[in-house]
Design a protein around this ligand. Structure first.
Ligand code: SAM
Length: 290
């Protein structure tokens, strides 16, 4: 147990709050929220409900994506004056697809201590309950809404070999599922966690096609987090230098240019095109000198 008295002056506390079940607010989070000088939160009315229930009386100050730059100097001033400051979001961990990161970074920059009081996070809760590999994973958050950026990001996300966690709002879920089926095929493992920690918590899986079929008949409602299985690992062919050179020469003999043959072999072997070019170049030099 930490010997430090909490909350300490001039410290920013990043406090995790429940993503549904009120019982998930930790005793430590509760204690800090009750004793801290000021609480910054996304929506004072929304957080007011939780804070009223636990009889928190500290003043609230709004801090959200539309007033971040405006609020930062004021919040830094609170810390500078020796007061303690807690940051919470509407639900879960601040800074995870929620405002917070800029404040943490500014507080650190100004030389203040920042302490996270850990709590629930939908991403990690969905991941560990999905049954998909947890050893290496990526967090994608919300995908961009704009068509061009979204397409580019989806291409990256769907070729990712690690398990990927995606947040999505219920009214855009079916569109995303259709995109995933189109890009990953029907069989890619997928688990959607709906209403985690709440009364109607539900897990829907196990493949892209099955999940899409489900939500085409059951209108998505509530909060959803997707856990997408990684793309199949590409097996690279193993060649030594002379085999690679022979493969490239065979492609060139069949009409490919030097650059096309190097690109093809780079894709198949994972070697850089530069190395493959140099093999072709060496061959040219040896042939010329003979
Ligand atoms: N900061 C939060 C966290 O730590 O999880 C995330 C906030 S983000 C604005 C909200 C998104 O998180 C939702 O659209 C949904 O994708 C996911 N989410 C939040 N609560 C959830 C829940 N109870 N069940 C499933 N997903 C949830």
């Amino acid at each position: 147990m930490s010997s430090r008295l909490e909350p300490a002056p001039s410290v920013l506390y990043v406090v995790g709050t429940p993503i549904g079940h009120l019982g998930d607010l930790s005793p430590r989070a509760r204690s800090v929220l009750k004793k801290v000088s000021i609480i910054a939160c996304e929506d004072t009315r929304h957080s007011g409900q939780l804070l009223n229930q636990i009889k928190v009386e500290a003043p609230l100050i709004s801090f959200h994506k539309h007033n971040t730059q405006n609020r930062l100097p004021k919040l830094l001033d609170v810390l500078k004056q020796g007061q303690s400051l807690a940051l919470i979001s509407d639900a879960g961990l601040p800074g995870i697809s929620d405002p917070g990161q800029e404040l943490v970074s500014a507080a650190r920059e100004a030389g203040h201590d920042v302490i996270c009081i850990p709590g629930p996070c939908a991403a990690i809760t969905a991941l560990v309950s999905s049954g998909l590999p947890t050893k290496r994973f990526c967090f994608e958050g919300f995908l961009p809404a704009k068509s061009k950026e979204r397409k580019q990001r989806l291409k990256i996300v769907t070729s990712e070999e690690r398990t990927t966690i995606i947040y999505e709002s219920p009214h855009r879920l079916v569109k995303l599922l259709e995109e995933l089926v189109q890009l990953c095929g029907k069989e890619r493992p997928l688990q959607v966690a709906r209403e985690l920690t709440k009364q109607y918590e539900e897990q829907i899986g196990r493949t892209t096609e099955e999940v899409l079929k489900y939500f085409l008949t059951q209108k998505p409602i509530g909060e959803c987090t997707l856990v997408l299985g990684g793309a199949p690992v590409k097996t690279q062919e193993k060649f030594n230098d002379s085999q690679m050179l022979n493969e490239m020469l065979a492609l060139i003999a069949n009409g490919a240019s030097a650059s096309e043959s190097a690109r093809e072999l780079a894709n198949r072997t994972g070697h850089s095109r530069r190395l493959l070019y140099s093999l072709l170049h060496q061959k040219e030099i040896t042939t010329e000198s003979n």
